[in-house]
Design a protein around this ligand. Structure first.
Ligand code: KG4
Ligand code: ZN
Length: 326
């Protein structure tokens, strides 16, 4: 029974979790939305400072919530990258300190592989080989995972990530920060056909969202004052449909190519309502689809601890200067 303390500080969520082979004992997430809202995006310097203020207290709270003592912790797992350098430094620094003070081994986890491991928390009987669509604020990757700890990126974006595209589109439509969830809500009241936008299509398994983003910008400028309430909802729905269908078209090809029977859709964008519904339709009965619950799609430390528990970690001690590795 390896009780693992997970720490996640790669972007704008401070999170501490305790996970063992039975599942999640505690998973506390502090969102910095209030810190960054007035700037319309994440300010790295403020994010790092806030992590530093919150993290030590969050560790105590997580132990309390899980009702375990620090002497019971067997392993500490921390996100080593990818992410904002200053933010990662806070997480790895605190993790190194705890590791030394408690004499507990420390391991660094790749954030993206962490997102995939959220699916193992959602479905404990899940086993590789699996095909994963990892869609976050900075990545849109199709990943083949033949076994635990092995990841092969078979498709990725040429330019913007899906989450980044949603955030920028939301800004164009005058929605606040964070943009993705706001766009999702607005799109629910729109019709994707009334202001249809092109669906990006590159050969192979590559994604590109920058052309679609430009198309939306032109449309918004053209419409000018006519882009009122319902039109903006229609635009949000059209943009969302183009991103989602593009993501799933490549997932469909990859599924045919690999013939895998397990599919995972994960990362912050996997919280999107349309993506969740359409992924189930596209995968259909060709494979079993696992999409983690919303709170495990967006950044959290339970997924980082789960990755370490399953052995998808780097055995060396953490060196944040190394950035991230596949
Ligand atoms: O994985 P995540 O929490 O952080 C990163 O690792 O980047 O992903 C955050 C991204 C943001 O771009 C956010 O706008 C997007 O996920 N997101 C959504 C939704 N919820 C979060 N995008 C579309 N619809 C949502 N419901
Ligand atoms: Zn993430």
């Amino acid at each position: 029974m390896t009780l693992t303390l997970g720490i996640e500080t790669s972007c704008d969520e401070t999170s501490v979790a305790l996970v063992d082979h039975h599942g999640i004992l505690a998973n506390l997430v502090h969102s910095q939305v209030d810190v960054h809202a007035e700037f319309g995006g994440v300010v790295p310097e403020l994010a790092a400072r806030d992590h530093l203020e919150r993290l030590p207290r969050l560790v105590d709270l997580a132990l309390e919530r899980a009702q375990v003592g620090r002497d019971q912790v067997d392993l500490i797992a921390v996100t080593r990258g990818p992410g904002l350098a200053g933010c990662l430094l806070v997480g790895t620094g605190v993790a190194e300190g705890l590791s030394a003070a408690w004499s507990v081994p420390l391991t660094g986890v790749n954030h993206l592989w962490g997102h995939i491991y959220a699916a193992f928390l959602a479905r404990p009987d899940l086993e590789p080989p699996l095909l994963a669509l990892v869609v976050s604020g900075a990545h849109s990757d199709l990943v083949r995972m033949p076994e635990h700890g092995r990841f092969e990126v078979i498709g990725r974006t040429r330019d913007d990530a899906a989450g980044e595209a949603f955030d920028k589109a939301a800004r164009m439509l005058g929605l606040g920060f964070p943009g993705g969830p706001a766009l999702d809500r607005l799109a629910r009241t729109g019709d994707p056909r009334r202001q249809a936008l092109p669906k990006p299509s590159l050969p192979g398994l590559e994604y590109s969202f920058s052309g679609l983003k430009t198309a939306l910008l032109y449309r918004v400028n053209e419409l000018g004052d006519d882009a009122g309430g319902q039109v903006r909802a229609d635009l949000a729905a059209a943009f969302e449909a183009s991103v989602v269908e593009s993501l799933l078209a490549k997932l469909d090809v990859a599924l045919e190519e690999t013939g895998y029977r397990e599919v995972v859709v994960c990362g912050g964008v996997a919280a999107n309502t349309l993506l969740r519904r359409r992924a189930a339709e596209v995968v259909a009965d060709r494979a079993r689809l696992t999409i983690p619950p919303l709170e495990l799609c967006t950044d959290n430390a339970a997924m980082i601890a789960a990755a370490a528990l399953h052995g998808a970690h780097h055995p060396a001690t953490v060196d944040p200067s190394l950035g991230w590795e596949a």
